[in-house]
Structures are given as C-alpha cells and as structure tokens.
Ligand binder design. Structure first.
Ligand code: ATP
Ligand code: MG
Length: 473
C-alpha cells in the first residue's frame, strides 16, 4: 500500500531529504497513519528515525524556517509546531520494562523494534519518507488487516505488552469506544488478567484516558468495558459499587451502574461539556451508601444527593481532577439533581421555582439538561409524564426569570446598607435581616427592588429592636 497521495504537503519530502543528508531514515508513524486510513482528522504527526531524532528535528526545523524546537533530552524526543500541525521526532527505540515501574529502560533500535513496542497493530503502521519508496506503508504486524476488521490487537503477546505499560489496557478501552473497534479475544483475556497492574500507573495518565472516554459520543460503551475488564475497580470503586440489583419481598431496585451510564449517554446527545458529563457520572454516586429497604416504601436512597455532593471532593482529589470551580460545579449539580423533578410531584409554586433558580444560578440550564437525561424508566407512561412535567418546570423557570431576575440574584439591600441604616457593626443581626430579605423575595412577599426591600428591612429591624439611626437623632 502507498499513501503518498495523503502526504502531498512539501514538508514531508523535505523531512525525508534532511534525514538522507544525516544518513538516516525517517518514517511517519502511529496514530497519524491510522487516522489517514480511517479518514479521521489528526494534527499530530509523529516521526521515527533510526537514531538521531533530536538532530533530525533541528535540521528539519531549520529547513522549514522554524526557530522554536522543544527538546526532551531524557526521552530523546523533539517537537515543533509547523502551521497548525504538531510535529514530533523520536529515535526508534527498543524497550524493556522493570517489574514495578512504568519507566522503561530504553535503548536504540530499528524501525521494527519501535513498531513492536507500540500498543496496537493499528497504531504501529509506518509510512516511509525515503525517496526510493516514498509513501509506502511498512506494516509488519498486519495492522491494515486489523484496521479493516476493526480489531485492537497487540503486536506482541498481550501479556507482555500490557504488563510492560499497563496504561495500554486503558487505551484499549478508549480506542474501542472511540473507533468502534473490538478488543481481540487474547488481548481481552490479558486485560482481565493484568487489570490490577494498572495500580503502578499514575492517576494523571489514567484520567487522561478516562476523559477521552467521557468525551466519546456514547461513553457507556467504554465504562461498561472498564467494568467488565476490572479496570474500573482499580481507580473508581465508588462507581463499581453502583453495579448490581438487590431484591427484597419481590421488589428490586434498578441497577444504578447501568442507569448512570445511560444517563451519561442521554446527556452526551445534548451537551459536550466535560464537567456536565462528569456530573452525570457522579449524580447517583451515593446511592449505595444511602440504600435502605423500608416496609411500604420499598427501596429508598434518602439524602443521596446530599451525601453524593459531599463525596465529590474526595473522589475528584483521588482521580486528580481539578478541585476548583469545576469540582464545585459538579458538586452543585449532584446536590440539585433531584430538585426540578421533585418540583413536579406537587403543585409547582413560584416560590419553589425561585429558590431553585437562586441556588442553581447560571448553571440552571445545565441542571435542567442533567434532569432530562436522568429520566430513564422502562415504563413509557412514566417517562411521558415526567417529560411533560419537566417541560412545565422549564416553562415556569423562563417566565419567572424574565419577571424576577433571580438567576444572578444580588440583594437590593446589602449588609453595609443594613449596618449603616441601624448604626450597628457586623454581627448576627445583619445576617438575620439579610436572610429575611432574601427569603421574602424568593417567596414572592416583596419584589426584587430597592424600595420594597428597604421598607422590609426597617420592619425586620424593628422586630429585633433596632431603630434607624436618623430617628434617634
Ligand atoms: P490520540 O492522539 O487520539 O490520543 P494516538 O494513537 O495518536 O491517539 P498518542 O497518545 O498521540 O495516541 O500516541 C501516538 C502513538 O504513540 C500511538 O499511535 C502509538 O503508536 C504510540 N503510543 C502512545 N502511547 C503508547 C503506549 N502507552 N504504549 C505504546 N505505544 C504508545
Ligand atoms: Mg496522537
């Protein structure tokens, strides 16, 4: 097979010529080649040479008029940007790994050595940039055959490939999900066998793969594979605990693992926000620890939204996910995820809607998407009823927001105002009055407007025995 039609840009020939000048060979390799054959966009091009990767990168950058080259001496790699492409150069390597470490002992090798140490045959394809066979695909492990069959297979015995770098097991699941490929049987068995080796891999590398799964069109596929291989158990036991169904007095609850990944899929159709997707993953995370069987009521999960929100920081911290506004956002989503639907169970009061708007703030639209995704009953009539109620809540939210602007609620009377009016310092009373004003607005007793809030403040102050400064004088 020859792919020269796909590498027509002049810089590929120039890179080949620079290698020739240095007396070495160069190949484009890996995901870039795979993605040409799959017609996927890929702006990262990896080049491998037999030795002298850094030297070649410098020579190529010079020939292409690029000044800035990033050099990673310890890895023997170099990188520079060329137009919108990331070009990465590496000397071909032979690797062997030590038992308890991810850090390989690396020694120079041939192109084939380098292909052999790659994760999957479909990721081990190389394109020659030499003049005499420019564009020829070098495929010693039948990666092209596997690409056609849509199979992920390791170039070596999978036990060796996976135990050398256990992250490759995560990559197998990620590629399977992303590309719609099947993991070959022997590789599948090897993953199940080696799953606990994932422990030696840093959480940062693991979570990078997880997030790529989360960003797939249908992440349930990836999470199901993570569960079935035992990989999920190594880093996210709380999610594993969602799995399973218990039955008592003939009453079963739903399997919350499959429910969760269904919610995630539903949400993915509506939004590609990573942290909203994480909210779906986390929304029922506290169902197992809050599960009870109550005579008459059946299975209950009281307070799972509250406990779930409290579990988020610890889980995010362990998973090395960001702990600032992203984590707070997920916490808020988990805490509020039942609220919109709970509203539909009773007469929907304006006050309840205002409170929801106040608490969700600008994230109200995301919260509503999560709620919609959360409607997964097998009972069609139930789904229909929930969806109808959901639409009513949504409509009311729009109407009230237009009227009262609660979403970005700023109290019309501030704490300073209160202190100044009554001539008092900071203290308990200020908080009480402030809260009373907020509640009065949310409950519709007064409007979200200065004069009404001011009068209300005077009345509340009076109840506490406070008199406005001016009337004292
Ligand atoms: P994507 O860019 O979508 O993540 P990719 O296949 O390009 O997919 P990269 O992480 O960019 O993946 O790596 C480029 C290539 O390097 C891969 O195609 C593969 O050949 C090789 N590679 C990357 N990580 C590993 C690994 N852990 N073990 C073996 N080979 C790897
Ligand atoms: Mg890549």
């Amino acid at each position: 097979m020859n792919l020269s039609q796909h590498i027509k840009a002049p810089f590929y020939r120039i890179i080949g010529e620079e290698a020739e000048k240095l007396g070495i060979e160069v190949y484009a390799i890996g995901g870039f080649v795979r993605d040409i054959l799959l017609e996927r966009k890929n702006d990262d091009v990896d080049f491998v040479t037999n030795g002298k990767g850094i030297e070649l990168a410098k020579a190529c950058a010079k020939a292409l008029g690029i000044k800035k080259v990033d050099i990673f001496k310890t890895y023997g790699t170099a990188h520079f940007k060329y137009h919108n492409l990331d070009l990465e150069f590496v000397g071909a390597r032979k690797e062997s790994y030590r038992e308890h470490s991810r850090n390989p002992e690396v020694s120079p090798g041939t192109l084939e050595d380098d292909q052999r140490r790659r994760d999957f045959t479909v990721n081990a394809l190389a394109i020659s940039l030499q003049k005499n066979n420019f564009g020829d695909v070098i495929d010693p492990f039948d990666g092209i055959g596997d690409l056609e069959k849509k199979i992920l297979r390791t170039p070596l015995n999978p036990d060796i490939t996976f135990s050398d770098d256990p992250l490759r097991m995560m990559r197998a699941v990620r590629f399977s999900n992303q590309l719609g490929f099947k993991i070959a049987d022997e590789s599948w068995q090897a993953i199940k066998q080696n799953a606990d080796r994932l422990k030696i891999v840093s959480m940062e590398r693991i979570i990078t793969e997880v997030n790529k799964i989360v960003m797939c069109d249908k992440p349930s596929i990836g999470f199901d594979l993570l569960f079935k291989t035992g990989l999920l158990h190594q880093f996210f036991p709380e999610m594993v605990r969602l799995h399973g169904v218990e039955k008592k007095n003939g009453i079963a609850h739903k399997d919350n693992f499959y429910h969760t990944i269904q919610v995630l899929d539903n949400l993915c159709v509506m939004s590609d926000k990573l942290w909203l997707r994480w909210s779906a993953i986390m929304h029922d995370i506290a169902k197992p620890p809050t599960k009870r069987f109550e005579e008459g009521a059946g299975w209950t999960f009281h307070g799972h939204e509250d406990l779930g929100a409290r579990m988020v920081p610890k889980i995010f911290s362990r998973l090395k996910l960001p702990l600032d506004h992203q984590m707070k956002y997920v916490q808020k989503m988990v805490l509020l995820h039942l609220r919109p639907i709970a509203l539909t169970k009773e007469e929907i009061s304006d006050s309840a809607i205002r409170r929801l708007l106040f608490e969700a703030g600008d994230d109200i639209d995301d919260l509503m998407l999560l709620c919609k995704a959360d409607i997964t009953s097998k009972n069609e009539a139930k789904v229909k009823r929930y969806l109808a109620n959901y639409e009513i809540v949504k409509q009311k939210l729009i109407e009230l927001e237009e009227k009262d602007r609660i979403r970005n609620f700023q109290p019309p009377v501030t704490g300073e105002h209160i202190m100044e009016t009554f001539g008092i310092g900071p203290g308990r009373e200020v908080g009480i009055i402030k809260n009373a004003i907020k509640d009065a607005i949310l409950d519709g007793i007064i409007h979200n407007a200065y004069q009404e809030a001011f009068d209300f403040m005077l009345a509340e102050g009076d109840k506490l025995g406070l008199k406005p400064k001016s009337s004292d004088q």
